[in-house]
Design a protein around this ligand. Sequence first.
Ligand code: SAH
Ligand code: SF4
Length: 420
Amino acid sequence: MSDTKLMQIPGHIDPVPVPRDVTPREDGRVDLIGLPKKRIAELFEVAGLDAKAAKLRAKQVFHWLYHRGVTDFAAMTDIAKTMRPWLAERFVIGRPEVVEGQHSTDGTRKWLLRTADGHDFEMVFIPDADRGTLCVSSQVGCTLNCRFCHTGTMRLVRNLTAGEIVGQVMLARDSLGEWPKSGQADLAALDDDLVDEDGGYSADGRLLTNIVMMGMGEPLYNFDNVRDALKLVMDGDGLALSKRRITLSTSGVVPQMERCAEEIGVNLAVSLHAVTKEVRDEIVPINKKYGIEELLQACADYKGASNARRITFEYVMLKDKNDSDEDARELVRLIKHYKLPAKVNLIPFNPWPGAAYDCSTPERIRSFSNIVFEAGISAPVRTPRGRDIDAACGQLKTAAEKKSRAELERLYAEKEKALG
Ligand code: SAH
Ligand code: SF4
């Protein structure tokens, strides 16, 4: 059967059932971004292609989508000319809509994005001398309510789909102009030292080299979509980024951590932020459910962590809350006790309107860092980036609506109740 045989009735479009992993669109077409090759083939079959043609077309389309970054079926030159409109009538190649893009004086870029059904979320690109890191969101808002985090003051609107998550990476490549140009060699044909050991691109010549799941949301509470999106990012036929260049940050959703190692296999970052139950219960309330000991044990069990691939412990520096020398010594003790291959990332608190905390003084941060460092654990202080455009990871929200303290307290109480 030819690919286009089902176009017998002029003007008639066979409806393609909307898969659950896709945001429904008003025009009824299905967005292919976020779907694995197998699902694309299934959808092509449902739309009327025979199994063999569907598989072949899916392979070709997948390559155009993830390897070449095209957003128009008309550009898919190895697909029959008659087939291209057939695809365009039933499918789209989506990108999150850009509501606004901002450029910081230090090169940091921030985008306010919108889903097809009108929810806003953010993405940030942070260039450094040796790498370029994209900070990706996993949810619109967050169900958790870490007290120092602005995202925690939003009511969760919803999980982002795999397409909306991988779509952020694709959009960043669009904006940075980083898709292979037409006629340019394929990945497989690239010079050997441009391809790293996992077959992905190396840092050479590319701006976007690393991804951190540190935008809005708790990625382990949207596990399936985050996994499916990162699989596309890591797929050698897809975006081909090495798992070594991807870091997932969690506030400590212990039951999902093992799955994260097994099903995704990326680097792990843990938002520890405190070393006593009392303080962590206050600032990272998920601690009431999964305590520090349980969390650190899950880190010790995390498959894939080693001295070469350390677990990052994020620690936000809050004045007079978690920043004493005693806290630093306890942090060292805990890391040694659980024999964790660890590095500590000290994050100066980024204040927002209504926040109940201040950032520690530079002297305090230095003293804390020195204690950890002298114990043989790397403890860099993360330089705030893109401050002029409010771009700090974990604080991704434009036009901060000011909430009164009473409103915030009500919201926190509501969320804690939901957490159980
Ligand atoms: N939900 C995940 C990932 C998103 S938050 C998590 O909590 O790990 C990414 C990082 O930014 C976390 O370590 C978070 O604690 C930190 N963060 C959030 N708000 C911040 C703020 N105002 N200042 C500094 N770091 C912040
Ligand atoms: Fe959610 Fe992470 Fe912010 Fe906590 S720090 S509220 S888990 S986004």
